[in-house]
Design a protein around this ligand. Sequence first.
Ligand code: BGC
Length: 372
Amino acid sequence: MRIQKAAVAVGLGLALTLTGCGANSSGGSGGSGSGTAPAEGAVKVGVILPETDSSARWEGFDKPMLDKAMRAAGLDPDIQNAQGDEQKFSTLADGMISSGVKVLVIASISSDGGSAVAAKAKAQGIPVIDYDRLNLGGSSEYYVSFDNEKVGSLQGQGLAQALKGKAGAQVIEIEGAPTDNNATLFYNGQQSVLKPLYTAGTLKLVRSQPIEKWDNQIGGQTFEQILTANGQKVDGVVAANDGLAGAIITVLQKYSLNGKVPVTGQDATADGLQAILRGDQYMTVFKPINEEADATAKLAAALAKGDKAAADAIATGSVQDTKANRTVKSVLLTPQLITKDKVKTVIDAGFVKASEVCVAATQPACDQLGIK
Ligand code: BGC
């Protein structure tokens, strides 16, 4: 125990030296870089993101948006990605803890891995924020995310709307990682809309399949197996996010089914929005990650100062951790359903640039919808 404390003290000294010298523009983060030097005396905060293969969001939205929001809140963020590797996730956390971070923000690969890291940080007196994904059975005092059941119900609504009037339409569901609590919430939300339709025979479920680590490539392969086993027959696909949707659309293209079979999505990625404009994807869910990053930065700044009252004033919502049987103080933001006619709202919000969405194949749709 004494050795660990000494390591923390040494790490803190090092952090102060780095901050003080001002030469390292990303605060020693290894390139989380907005290029802005941390403010004088900025408090070091560690952020660990889970993967890159599961969604374009983590590197494309979360990393730059957290970096910007944290610097604006007077923090010095060190933002790393565990690349889907539990061991790396844990090693990154150990490094951040011994380098003297004042707060740890984790979007974990699995609840178990995230809970283990949270327990270690807690033992060192470092507050932990569960970012986007709640660690079931964990100990983090705060959670920042979206209303994830709502995300799922928007996906269910989107598909039901797209298949309206197609009696007995056959549906394949490609879901997220079984170790990600969000995937369960998305599924529950979808089923709140789809289950009654399956029960009534309005829609027919072919198969529902979770995908380990949300791996997009495996998602596509799994979808193809289910499709061929079903005699190449499918009328609609629940894809839990845009990454999975993209892999599924590639398979649909191979069977000349793209554009005929509605596919859901999530994250409002540039690729997802392009697929919607081409008519290959029916919808996505827009989660303004800048709001998630802002709330996290403000919460982290309050916790770094030890100002619990300020933190509680930000995290006014709550969720239930059913495994640890406890209530977690939360910020839960609102997701939006995006179909073709709404793509412009994502561009207008400044979330994705028109130039990333309007390419040769989508330019006619961009012109028609006034996206520029
Ligand atoms: C996030 C989604 C993301 C998925 C895969 C979920 O926990 O909420 O936005 O698409 O993980 O990375």
